[in-house]
Design a protein around this ligand. Structure first.
Ligand code: DAH
Length: 337
C-alpha cells in the first residue's frame, strides 16, 4: 500500500512537471484527486488493512494528497507568471491606441467660434463685458434716454434700481470706447437676458455677437461690404444680403440685414413667409451722441456697429426649428453637430 502511494506521488510529480497550460493542470488535478480517483480508492480500502497499519497508511495517504495539492499550486502560479510575461512580450507600443470617447463643442459654441474666426481674419479683436450691467451702459450711454420707448422692447430683468441683466451686447461698445483710443475693430460675443416667455423661437437667456469699427472716414458702404462678405463666408457664396431701414437709438442711420432664405434659396417657403428673405441682424452707423458719450471726436472719427443673435444664426445654419433644443442637453441632439 505504501509503495502504491509512493508511485502515485511520483507519477503525479512527473505529470505536473510536464504541464504547459492551466487547462492541462486542471485535468491532472481531476485525474489524481477526483472522488473515484486512485487516491480516493486507496483511502477507501484502508478498512481492508490490519487495524494496526491503518493509522500509518492513512497518514501517508493524506500527506500524498497534501503534497499533490501543493505541487499543483506551485505549478499554477508558475504558469500564471509565464502568461503574464507572454502578455508583456506581446505588447506592441507601435500599435494604434484605443480611441477615448471625447466630447465635442456645443453647436452654439461652434457657431460663435466660426463667427469669431471670420471677423478675426478681418482684423477684429475680441472684447468681453459683464452680464450684470448698469442702466448707464446698457441704455443711457447708448442713447436710450430714461423714458425712451425703445427701452420697452428690451423686457429687462432688473437686479436693483440701477443694475440689470444686460439685454444686449451693445454696452460692450461703450466700455471699450471709454477705455481706449480709436481706431477700434472689435467683436464681442456674450450671453444676454430678456424677460420673455419661452417658446420655439424665444428664450430668456440667449447669445449675441456685437461688432463695431471706428476709424477715420468710415461710411455705410464699409458696413455693407463687410457684412455681405461675412454672410457669404458663413452661409455660402450664393447667399445674398439686403439692407432695410430700421431704428436703433445708438445708430443713425440704422438698418436690418436680411439674407436670402437659405431654406428655399429665395424662392419662398414657410420659414421666410414666402418673401424669399429672412432677418439676420441689426446694424448702423454709430450715433454721434454715443461717440460723444465716449469722448470721441466726431469730426475725426466715425464708425459702424452690428449685432446678431447666435441662436437664430445657428437655427438657420443647422435648420433647427426650436431654440429650446440648445439648452436641453439631449445627447441625441448634440451628437449631430
Ligand atoms: N443691440 C441690438 C438688439 O439687441 C442689436 C443691434 C442692432 C446691435 C444694431 C448693434 C446695432 O450694434 O448697430 O436688438
Amino acid at each position: 500500500m505504501e509503495k502504491k502511494l509512493e508511485q502515485l506521488l511520483n507519477s503525479a510529480k512527473l505529470e505536473i512537471e510536464g504541464v504547459q497550460t492551466t487547462k492541462e493542470l486542471e485535468d491532472i488535478r481531476l485525474k489524481f484527486l477526483k472522488k473515484n480517483g486512485p487516491l480516493a480508492e486507496i483511502l477507501g480500502s484502508l478498512s481492508q488493512l490490519p487495524v494496526e497499519l491503518r493509522p500509518t497508511v492513512g497518514k501517508i495517504a493524506n500527506q500524498v494528497k497534501i503534497e499533490i495539492l501543493e505541487l499543483l499550486e506551485v505549478k499554477k502560479s508558475e504558469l500564471e507568471k509565464v502568461n503574464e510575461s507572454k502578455k508583456l512580450n506581446d505588447w506592441d507600443p507601435t500599435r494604434p491606441g484605443r480611441k477615448l470617447p471625447l466630447g465635442h463643442r456645443h453647436p452654439l459654441t461652434q457657431v460663435l467660434d466660426h463667427i469669431y474666426e471670420i471677423f478675426k481674419n478681418f482684423g477684429f479683436h475680441r472684447s468681453d463685458g459683464p452680464e450684470i450691467e448698469s442702466d448707464y451702459y446698457n441704455f443711457l450711454a447708448l442713447n436710450f434716454s430714461i423714458d425712451h420707448p425703445a427701452r420697452d422692447a428690451h423686457d429687462t430683468f432688473y437686479v436693483s434700481d440701477d443694475l440689470l441683466m444686460r439685454t444686449h451686447t451693445s454696452p460692450i461698445q461703450i466700455r471699450v470706447m471709454q477705455s481706449a483710443q480709436p481706431p477700434f475693430k472689435i467683436i464681442a460675443p456674450g450671453r444676454v437676458y430678456r424677460h420673455e416667455a419661452i417658446d420655439a423661437t424665444h428664450h430668456h437667456v440667449f447669445h449675441q455677437v456685437e461688432g463695431f469699427l471706428v476709424d477715420e472716414g468710415v461710411h455705410f458702404g464699409h458696413l455693407k461690404g463687410i457684412l455681405d462678405v461675412f454672410v457669404k463666408e458663413f452661409f455660402g457664396q450664393d447667399v445674398e444680403t439686403r439692407f432695410r431701414p430700421s431704428f436703433f437709438p445708438f445708430t443713425e442711420p440704422s438698418a436690418e440685414v436680411d439674407i436670402s432664405c437659405i431654406f428655399c434659396g429665395g424662392n419662398g417657403c414657410k420659414i421666410c413667409k414666402n418673401t424669399g428673405w429672412v432677418e439676420m441682424m441689426g446694424c448702423g452707423m454709430i450715433h454721434p451722441v454715443v461717440l460723444k458719450n465716449c469722448k470721441i471726436d466726431t469730426e475725426k472719427w466715425s464708425g459702424f456697429a452690428f449685432g446678431m443673435g447666435v441662436e437664430r444664426i445657428a437655427m438657420f445654419k443647422y435648420r433647427i426649428d426650436d431654440i429650446r433644443m440648445f439648452y436641453q442637453n439631449d445627447l441625441r441632439f448634440l451628437h449631430q453637430f
